[in-house]
Design a protein around this ligand. Structure first.
Ligand code: SF4
Ligand code: SF4
Length: 431
């Protein structure tokens, strides 16, 4: 096999795996699919075999396409195997060389190169959805089952989308939010693509929370998609271009923090230095960028500037985003914030580390498998009997809403982003 293929597959990194199997109980696809090839150990073995010419890229395709990229395996691995790099390399090789991967690749190319990097496209998508929801088109479409005719499971998701803001509301957003009193920090807000298109109101609430906490909040216009979906789909070169654009966009203002409210995006941002050669100027700039990247929950806890005035008599559980937990390593802050809300009862899941099955576009391209994983998650959720599930990532948010519907619990349970729940509790500035 060529040394180039070995390099692309990160062959050298596969030797860090000692085949101990500690990662098997942590892997959702191993649990639900019950195949060694669909476990972290099995996938690493396959990558090694492909690099050595003992298996074909086609043998690797399905196990890699069915991996969630949740990184739960990396948190339990005693030898610190860099599964993320091995996975991304394998995805790229599968995309480049497998004929059967071509239809998926074409679809991903279209979405990832056209939609996600473009604020214009994402805003248009949000505005089109607003029109669809408010013009009566959605009712007609549901009545005649039009979305069921689309090849992707769009019909499953359209009913759980939040209501969109009007185009006028979107246009009214300003680029800078300044307090009347002196600010304790200058924050650059990373808006994300799906977050800003579909969860626009959560983004507005995030900036409002930061402002009330004592920060000046700036919304750099040149920022773009974080590149997470591109990297997880093997489009590493495109993901590097997006990383450079974001680093430049946030360099000018000298921010104390760069804040994200989506686990998937935040996890990608903190990985930017790995995209560049050590010692290069881009590596240096990426490292300076990452030193300021924080999740909203970390910054709110660090600034400690809010007092929650309204009692919320609800019982909640917290479903952490895998990337927030396993890559950004943020675990305690969301729970600490929830504990500050008066009247709220918090019941923790037995297996919070188990992925919900959303994983970027996994639940769209691997719908059946994602639903099997979601069913395991919902069993845990139902065990603690909450009336709300608190999330920290747009994909998890929609997936948990879908889980509530699948369990027939609509009206008795709902899903909410942490930020929106905090806003419901009427946070007031402490200082
Ligand atoms: S825990 Fe780590 S070393 Fe052990 S089998 Fe899994 S990936 Fe390999
Ligand atoms: S990233 Fe998640 S789904 Fe993939 S091998 Fe690791 S634990 Fe399993």
């Amino acid at each position: 096999m060529s040394s180039l293929l070995k390099e692309k597959l990160h062959y050298d990194k596969t030797f860090d795996c000692v085949q101990c199997g500690y990662c098997l109980p942590a892997c959702p696809t191993y649990e639900t699919m019950e195949k060694e090839t669909h476990s972290p150990r099995g996938r690493i073995n396959l990558v090694k075999m492909v690099a050595e010419g003992k298996a074909s890229v086609e043998d690797l395709r399905e196990p890699i396409e069915k991996c969630l990229g949740c990184m739960a395996c990396t948190t339990v691995c005693p030898t610190n195997v860099q599964y993320g790099a091995i996975f991304e390399g394998a995805k790229q090789v599968v995309d480049d060389e497998s004929e059967k991967a071509k239809p998926r690749k074409l679809m991903e190319d279209f979405f990832f190169q056209t939609f996600f990097p473009s604020s214009k496209w994402m805003n248009s998508l949000g505005n089109a959805t607003w029109f669809y929801q408010t013009s009566g088109l959605q009712k007609i479409s549901q009545q005649f089952g039009l979305t069921k005719r689309v090849p992707l499971p769009i019909d499953k998701f359209e009913t759980i989308l939040p209501s969109m803001p009007s185009p006028k509301e979107r246009r009214a957003r300003v680029g800078r939010y300044v307090r009347k009193r002196p600010s304790c920090a200058k924050v650059g807000f990373f808006k994300g693509c799906i977050m800003d298109s579909v969860f626009y109101k959560t983004n507005q609430n995030t900036m409002e929370l930061l402002l009330r906490s004592g920060a000046e909040v700036v919304f750099p216009k040149q920022q773009t998609c974080c590149g997470a979906l591109h990297a997880h789909s093997g489009k590493v070169d495109h993901s590097i271009e997006l990383a450079k654009q974001n680093i430049e966009a946030f360099e000018e203002e000298g921010f104390d923090y760069i804040v994200s409210n989506a686990g998937g995006c935040g996890a990608r941002l903190v990985e930017y230095p790995h995209l560049f050669e050590e010692g290069s100027s881009w590596h240096e700039r990426a490292s300076a960028f990452v030193s300021r990247v924080k999740d909203i929950s970390e910054v709110l806890m660090e600034m400690d500037g809010l007092l929650f005035e309204k009692e919320l008599h609800r019982t909640v559980t917290y479903q952490p985003s895998c990337h927030l937990r396993n890559v950004q390593k943020v675990t305690d802050e969301p729970l600490a914030l929830l504990k500050q809300i008066p009247g709220l009862t918090l019941r923790e899941l037995e297996r919070p580390e188990f992925c919900c099955g959303s994983a970027g576009v996994y639940n769209i391209v691997n719908y059946e498998e994602a639903m099997d994983i979601l069913d395991v998650k919902m069993k845990d959720v139902c065990g603690v009997k909450p009336d709300r599930i608190v999330t920290s990532n747009p994909g998890c948010h929609l997936q948990m809403k879908l889980g509530v519907e699948r369990e027939g619990l609509s009206g008795k349970m709902d899903a909410v982003h942490l930020v929106d729940l905090l806003m419901e509790a009427d946070p007031q500035p402490k200082y």
